[in-house]
Ligand binder design. Sequence first.
Ligand SMILES: C[S@@+](CC[C@H](N)C(=O)[O-])C[C@H]1O[C@@H](n2cnc3c(N)ncnc32)[C@H](O)[C@@H]1O
Length: 632
Amino acid sequence: MSITEEKLNDNSKITANSKQLEILKKNFPNCFDKDGNFIAHKMEEIVTGNGLELSKESYSLNWLGKSYARLLANENPRTQLKEDKKHNQQEENKNSQNLLIKGDNLEVLKHLKNAYENQIKMIYIDPPYNTGGDGFVYNDDRKFGMEELSQLAGVSLEEAKKILEFTASNSNSHSAWLTFMYPRLYIARELLKEDGVIFISIDDNEASQLKLLCDEVFGEENFIAEFIWQKRSGANDSKNLVSSDHEYIISYSKRQDISLNGTEKTFANYKNPDDDPLGDWTSGDLTCNKTATERPNLYYPITDPETGITYECNKNRVWRTVKSKMEQLIKDKKIIFPKSGNGTPMYKRHKSEVQSLYQPMSSLLGSYLNANSTKELRTVLGEQIFSYPKSTKLLKTLIISASNQDDIILDFFAGSGTTAHAVMEQNKEDGGSRKYIIVQIDELTDKKSEAYNAGYKTIFDITKERITRASKKIKEEISKDVTKDRSDYDLGFKIFETTPLLENPLDKMDKFDDNTLKLFEPTILTEDDFNALLTTWKVHDGIKLTDELKEVTFKEYKAYYGDKKVYFVHNGFTTEDLKEFIKKLDDDKSFEPNKLIVFGYTFESKYQREISEALASYTNKKSIEIDMIVRY
Ligand SMILES: C[S@@+](CC[C@H](N)C(=O)[O-])C[C@H]1O[C@@H](n2cnc3c(N)ncnc32)[C@H](O)[C@@H]1O
């Protein structure tokens, strides 16, 4: 039994490379000396001993703020997560596995990290393109001193000063955009499954920067493709008399051997009219686009062994293969000779020799005009209240190409919620049960906008309304289709949002000191505060947001249990409750915690000690080891 004390939001030991060093130290302890210095040549031995060469390439992407961006990626969340209980308890939402989360996506991604690491099969994002007119500015309320930042980010004082200037100046430079994107992509990669794929929409403004940034985050060898699609059919306001009518979607995976699904080949023209034991076949060209002068060894006559008829080779289109191989093919009955003696022999291609059953996906995705997507959204919402939504058809193409029917799909720049809508539509079409997680910041709508006048005070309100209406419409469509039983179809969604941290008494102290520690007055914390605490903790401890904690009551005391963790957050715990807790450990087969997490601010240290002593000295009947964590 061990007791650990932890402060969940403590960033005091986080630097631009603290987590990465931890991973290196854990996996390659021999690469560090007794003072913790890195021994580069030992790592070199590991790498080159494996047959790998050290790259001589010194090319890399650098920008002002890169170290700061790495620091941001490593920091722990500075918020809590709370649920919208009223919405989540509604009949259509209470068992839903879909999530709509309100908040800055960097905070949300950090919250999701432990519970959703390696869980997401497909991510699609459509971030601000930084066009100059799309309102992107770097926005960051972290307050660092120059020296502090220089130390944490590992940069000179001069660079720290420049970084602080640009983070405070609402910049929309390339550096600002890269600093915004880097930590989000870094954590997004951690959420992707080993065979997961990310798609990122972008246009010419940041396409080059984004490609290099993704090479840095995902690894150059994990690039899948740069897709393009047509967004309009020509504009009058073209620069240099070129109308830029397309956008890009770049895609990366975590591993080199990942392929997209492609489309299944139909093999409609493969038949077996002659009962060929090798199965269905189709006829294929036996010639190639070369002349007899170019390839004299492919220029020779061939004879049908059954009829004795000889077929001359075409001087301008010689056979595909050399004579010896052709003779073997004739013997193997792979050549179809014309019945009448007129015409050209053909190759008999069997279905079994086709290497892939899938048609590769083209990097030209086709036309998904913005005008049509705008109309599509207007049909759902009744008004024109969101500019440039993407098309659900485009999203469905990506969903089919990179997900299976029960995967989780994430979009952390949700906008009007097109991704969620497309996931529901695709499930309707192919009977899948894909789940979505979408994230949208509570960005205010312009007071003069149609959206504001229509009652949408934030973009989040638009996201929520769109998916609510889309799911209602799909439900109606399904109910009309008597051929399908979709009673299990998940058209609900749960809502969570980021919320400020509780004012912690400890934050005001330099050093943890049990004597001066003031407990929260029981009345200070509301039911909502405890709910937020439990939601934040469970997801931190790896429990999915859609998995509920169960209430368990001891004598009088209410605790919470899930995934072998038991949470004591309320005050009022007594020795009687402790006895009941131990009894439950012995008697209740479904109660098998291996971690007890208590809230240090409400839980008196007297009881913390009493529990730890009881757990240490007591061997429960199930012989389970319980670690105790006092969390602040
Ligand atoms: C280009 S739009 C996405 C449009 C979306 N694909 C659609 O079809 O409606 C980008 C969205 O990301 C949101 N956003 C920008 N910064 C964000 C952040 N830090 N966290 C969460 N959402 C953010 C914006 O409010 C905007 O709604």
